[in-house]
Design a protein around this ligand. Structure first.
Ligand code: GRF
Length: 199
């Protein structure tokens, strides 16, 4: 069975959505380890309460390459095959990414390539788009830029605030992240250039 390693920095609601689907048998994989890079991440507590194998590897003050070697060692210790970034707020080094070619997924709260980076929902409101959403993509060496696996659109309403828009986007995140993991686990796709195409 595929062994997932889930990296978090904060709340961990996407981790929760994935864990629910694993527990229900809708994702045929095992969560081998959850790693938080911040000791105060609420998602860490939540993962432990669920009985998941969750650890904190604090990244504060550590050089990216040094930290990523620690991260890699922890993932290798748990024989992780697929890495899922779930609100992991730290760039990964090229060396780390090369260790998991097309085996790292990320979720981003916009319709990429629009609004990469921080505060994507705020960027969308500021720009005045009428439609935004979320994207699950493979991670490559550019920020929020790898081949797109799934997207969901969310209309922007006139009275939206960052909070209300983020809540509606998050609802879709919790739906498409598990779905994207299922697709990747099934192997029912091929990557042609930037395109992820169903087999
Ligand atoms: C989500 O909006 C995700 O798209 C972004 O960070 C947020 C994480 O939320 N990358 P959570 O920690 O999964 O609740």
């Amino acid at each position: 069975m595929t062994r997932l390693g889930i990296l978090i920095s904060g709340r961990g609601s996407n981790l929760g959505a994935i864990a629910d689907q694993v527990a229900a048998g809708h994702i045929t994989a095992e969560i081998a380890v959850v790693i938080a890079n911040r000791p105060e991440a609420p998602g860490l507590e939540a993962a432990l309460r669920r009985g998941l194998n969750a650890v904190c590897l604090p990244s504060k003050g550590l050089d990216r390459e040094v930290y990523d070697r620690m991260l890699l060692a922890e993932l290798e210790k748990h024989a992780v095959d697929l890495v899922c970034l779930a609100g992991y707020m730290r760039l990964l080094s090229a060396g780390f990414i090369r260790k998991f070619p097309n085996r790292i997924l990320n979720i981003h709260p916009s319709l990429l390539p629009a609004f990469p980076g921080l505060d994507a929902q705020h960027q969308a409101l500021d720009h005045g788009v009428k439609l935004t959403g979320c994207t699950v993509h493979f991670v490559d060496e550019q920020l929020d830029a790898g081949p797109i696996i799934l997207q969901a659109a969310v209309p922007v309403q006139d009275d939206d605030t960052v909070e209300t828009l983020s809540t509606r986007i998050l609802h879709e995140e919790h739906r498409i992240y598990p779905e994207a993991i299922r697709l990747v686990l099934s192997g029912g796709y091929r990557i042609e250039g930037r395109r992820v195409i169903g087999k």
